[in-house]
Design a protein. Structure first.
Length: 293
């Protein structure tokens, strides 16, 4: 049990929009924006948003103890796992080795402490039990989904530089393509388990404050031509008075309503929507705060 771990359960709702960009390309569909084929609604995976949160932490807390990132570009997971194996090498009992490995990895890596991790390399080590190979994180995200159906567009572009010398002999330009969504507002929901924080990772009050900071600013450090203009519009947080919670998550999510304005055709701006929270129906033991709007 971690004494400094959070003492309250949370649920939260993120609203973010994209303008003339691709919020999350699908590699199985030529990197077109992900879409639900039955309804036409756009989709953003949990992994996509976790990557942006990791990138923000790495950019703002680089070099600070306890805020390293486990899943990062160009760093093999074997290298990261070896740090935990080395920290546990002086323990003689298998259970203590496993606990020492897990505690080191949670203490050293913010994203393990937050999202958990499957550390398969270390789990194969003969001196470590399978418990060391997986850590359940207290923060989990559902898939994001656009409020309205989207209509992805394929835009043809011209590039003045050709790719090969052979092509350069017959042409001075090449054609390319970009996939965009003209505009869409996405809603994505998340969960924070105080129970897992206290028992497994030690996710603390400082950690959750940093999580809210990262969510509010993650798009500001993630600009690219492919993603267009993306902005976080709302971060609505429900805080329970107890570690196990005072109400089912779905009842809290149902209190958040996002509606298109009357007379609005195809939405092209955040102002085309209205967001309301039925705070009068909040269950006892739960408070609501809008951390970004």
């Amino acid at each position: 049990m971690f004494e400094n771990a959070i003492q309250n359960r949370y649920e939260f709702v993120m609203l973010y929009d994209v303008e003339n960009g691709n919020p999350n390309g699908d590699p199985d569909a030529g990197n077109m924006p992900r879409i639900d084929p039955e309804t036409g609604h756009g989709i953003v995976t949990d992994v996509c948003i976790k990557r942006k949160i990791r990138n923000y932490i790495e950019a703002t807390r680089d070099g600070q103890a306890g805020y390293d990132i486990y899943v990062k570009q160009d760093v093999p997971l074997n290298t990261q796992d070896a740090k935990g194996v080395n920290a546990a090498k002086n323990e003689t009992e298998k259970a203590k080795k496993s606990a020492a490995f897990r505690d080191f990895m949670c203490g050293a890596f913010y994203d393990i402490r937050t999202f958990g991790a499957v550390m398969t390399t270390a789990a194969k080590d003969k001196e470590l039990s399978n418990v060391a190979g997986q850590v359940r994180g207290p923060v989990q995200l559902a898939f994001g989904r656009s409020v309205d159906p989207i209509v992805p567009q394929e835009i043809t572009i011209t590039r003045v530089a050709v790719t090969t010398e052979e092509k350069g002999e017959s042409a001075s330009t090449e054609m390319g393509r970009k996939h965009i969504v003209p505009y869409a507002l996405y809603r994505q929901e998340g969960f924070v388990s105080a129970n897992l924080a206290q028992r497994i990772t030690g996710f603390s009050e400082a950690d959750i404050a940093l999580l809210w900071e990262a969510i509010r600013n993650m798009f500001e450090l993630d600009r690219s031509a492919a993603r267009g203009k993306m902005s976080l519009r709302e971060l609505i947080v429900f805080r329970h008075d107890s570690p196990l919670g005072s109400a089912p998550a779905y009842k809290l999510f149902d209190l958040v309503s996002v509606r298109r304005g009357e007379g609005v055709g195809a939405p092209r701006a955040y102002g085309d929507y209205s967001v309301s929270i039925d705070t009068a129906s909040l269950p006892g033991g739960v408070t609501c705060e809008r951390l970004a709007q």
